[in-house]
Each structure stands twice: as structure tokens, then as C-alpha cells.
Design a protein around this ligand. Structure first.
Ligand code: HEM
Length: 179
């Protein structure tokens, strides 16, 4: 996992829980704790940070990942404003993740292992999203979709219809933004 993800997690944790929260979390999780944005670090370190934060807060790791994704979007919008321009709404932004956003991310962060999504506009107006990644970070994706929706001043209902965490080969979600 690229260091930028750890940097964003540090910024989100510090903003919500104060300056001591990040060093305390790093200590409790037993991870390295020094992350440069372009560096690559074991996926297990993100999971250890998320699981430790969840235990401290009395939440599930899924809750923490969703929270992190949501808080990451405003931080990403400050770091990469160019990636947010030209979209009329959250749906078009999210739908461009394979074709524009993550390809740009791969140029900026060599070796980034960005996931691939399948998008399908359903007849009922929902956006069907299929997610597959060996990292199984579907709840991070949910949080990023929520954060993107906040960014555009909209609301969204997300249903997680099938999940890799329950043994399904991939995650299936729907996102419904009011017309
Ligand atoms: C400006 C917006 C975005 C930026 C800059 C960005 C950047 C990144 C970066 C740097 C990674 C880490 C890759 C690695 O360390 O190997 C990543 C992973 C990921 N991104 Fe994005 N991303 C953006 C938007 C989104 C959106 C909208 C979604 C959801 C639809 C999304 C879903 C994910 C997920 C789930 C991962 C975790 C890796 C995995 O699942 O295997 N990203 N992204």
C-alpha cells in the first residue's frame, strides 16, 4: 500500500482525535509509523492500524474503514484538486475511478495497486458496482463514495448486496443518488 494512504489516515485520525492519537495508534498497532507518500508498505500495516483503532473506539474495522474513506475525500480534494474538476455530480466522479482517477493515481504513485470496479447503470436508476481486490477493502470504497457524495453536496444510499468478507468471490454494491 502506498504511503499516501497512511498519510491520509494520519491526517484523518489527527483531525478527529488530536495530535497524540496517531503516535498512540502507531505504538498500539506495533507498526513502523514512518510513511513517505511515494513509498510502499505492507498492506498488513494498514489493517493493523484499522483493527487497533476499531478496538480502541469500540467499533468494527469495517466502521473505521468506512469512516476513513469518507474523511479521506476532502483531504484528497486539497492534495489533488485537478482530479475533482469537470464532474457535474458525485455519480460521474465515482464512475470515472477506473478510467480517469486511478490511472492518474498510477502515474503519480508508481506501483500503486488500485482496484478495478465494474459499473453498470441499472434500469431502476441505481449504479451497480462490483468490486474485487485481494485487499478486500470494500468498506474503504463505500467510505470514498460517501465522501465523494459529501463533496458534491449530495446524499446517497449504498447497499452492500454481497461481500467478499462473507465468502463471495466479489463485492456487489448499489449506490442510489436522488435524481
Ligand atoms: C481523487 C480521488 C482518489 C484518489 C487520489 C485515489 C487514490 C488511491 C490510492 C493512492 C490508492 C492506494 C493504492 C496502493 O497503495 O497500492 C487507492 C486505493 C483504493 N482506492 Fe482510490 N483514489 C481515489 C478515489 C477513489 C474512489 C472514488 C474510490 C471508490 C469508488 C476508490 C477506491 C479505492 C479502494 C477501495 C482502494 C484500496 C485498494 C484496494 O481495494 O485494493 N478510490 N486509491
Amino acid at each position: 500500500m502506498k504511503g499516501i494512504i497512511f498519510n491520509l489516515l494520519e491526517d484523518a485520525v489527527t483531525a478527529e482525535h488530536g495530535a497524540e492519537a496517531w503516535p498512540d495508534l502507531v505504538d498500539a498497532a506495533g507498526v513502523g509509523g514512518i510513511y513517505t507518500s511515494l513509498g510502499s508498505y505492507p498492506d498488513g500495516e494498514v489493517l493493523a492500524l484499522v483493527e487497533t483503532a476499531a478496538a480502541v473506539l469500540g467499533q468494527t474495522p469495517a466502521d473505521v474503514l468506512r469512516w476513513f474513506g469518507r474523511r479521506a475525500i476532502p483531504l484528497l480534494a486539497i492534495r489533488f484538486p485537478q482530479l475533482f474538476t469537470g464532474y457535474p455530480h458525485a455519480r460521474s466522479f465515482v464512475s470515472s475511478v477506473n478510467t480517469i482517477i486511478h490511472p492518474e493515481v498510477r502515474k503519480l504513485y508508481s506501483g500503486a495497486g488500485c482496484p478495478h470496479f465494474h459499473f453498470n447503470d441499472r434500469d431502476d436508476g441505481a449504479l451497480a458496482i462490483a468490486y474485487h481486490s485481494p485487499r478486500k477493502l470494500c468498506m474503504l470504497a463505500e467510505g470514498l463514495i460517501l465522501g465523494a457524495t459529501d463533496h458534491f453536496g449530495e446524499s446517497v444510499a449504498i447497499d452492500h448486496l454481497a461481500c467478499m468478507a462473507d465468502g463471495h468471490p466479489l463485492c456487489r454494491l448499489t449506490a442510489r443518488w436522488p435524481a
